[in-house]
Write a protein that binds this ligand. Structure first.
Ligand code: PLP
Length: 220
């Protein structure tokens, strides 16, 4: 199977309203070019320097998503061009994204990452922490960032009920924030959840963006 065929198959199996992020992390530029030449232009990466290198080498109409944990001191590598940062999990990070965005005369779209998995090592907010952050004066003063939704990663398990209940939790958190903070804000509408193993389940539970890597580019 070719990369482009894999992408087309996935696109054909998901609603048009759901955005597919083709996760190209660790894969060579040639793989991205193959997808691009097949007509696909939305890619996700999780290492800032790797993303910057790929951005510089590849066509400029690619929409780049940063999907992994982002360290504050590395925001500078991607601030100039990144389309969406999926996994914001602290005010400190958001403050730095704001600073770098203003430096480049941009407003950077961000998702708030929630901790929905059982594993302790995963990053992300609890609902009350996100509410506190959104209520803070520091947050309200940030003019270079735009919060457009939420993101989460389910537990790595074969237990579908477990995964489903975690996706439901993320959807609930989204609904709470929408009601409490973003009611009038039409572009707060994204729920980034679902990867190769669970994107159909995620879509059933309300995902608007799926981040799919190995089902497109092969195992890493
Ligand atoms: C690697 C990664 C993905 C894609 O995972 P696959 O299982 O290869 O589809 C999705 N989201 C994040 C945050 C990732 O780091």
């Amino acid at each position: 199977m070719s990369i482009s065929k894999n992408i087309d198959e996935i696109l054909n199996s998901i609603p048009e309203s759901v955005k597919l992020i083709a996760v190209s992390k660790t894969k060579p530029k040639e793989d991205i070019v193959e997808a691009y030449e097949g007509g696909y232009k939305i890619f996700g990466e999780n290492k800032p320097q790797e993303l910057k290198q790929k951005f510089e080498a590849l066509p400029k109409d690619i929409e780049w998503h940063f999907i992994g944990h982002l360290q504050t001191n590395k925001v500078k590598y991607i601030a100039e061009f990144v389309h969406l940062i999926h996994a914001v999990d602290s005010l400190k990070l958001l403050t730095e994204i704001n600073k770098q965005a203003l430096k480049h005369n941009r407003i950077i779209n961000c998702l708030l990452q929630f901790h929905i998995a059982k594993e302790e090592s995963k990053f992300g907010y609890a609902l009350n922490e996100a509410q506190d952050m959104l209520n803070s004066e520091e947050f309200r003063n940030l003019e270079g960032i735009n919060i457009v939704g939420v993101m989460g990663m389910a537990t790595f398990t074969d237990d579908q009920d477990q995964v489903r209940s975690e996706f439901k939790q993320l959807k609930t958190n989204f609904d709470v924030l929408k009601t409490e903070f973003f009611k009038e804000k039409a572009d707060f509408k994204e729920i980034s959840m679902g990867m190769s193993g669970d994107y159909q389940l995620a879509i059933e539970e309300g995902s608007t963006m799926v981040r799919v890597g190995s089902s497109i580019f092969g195992t890493r």
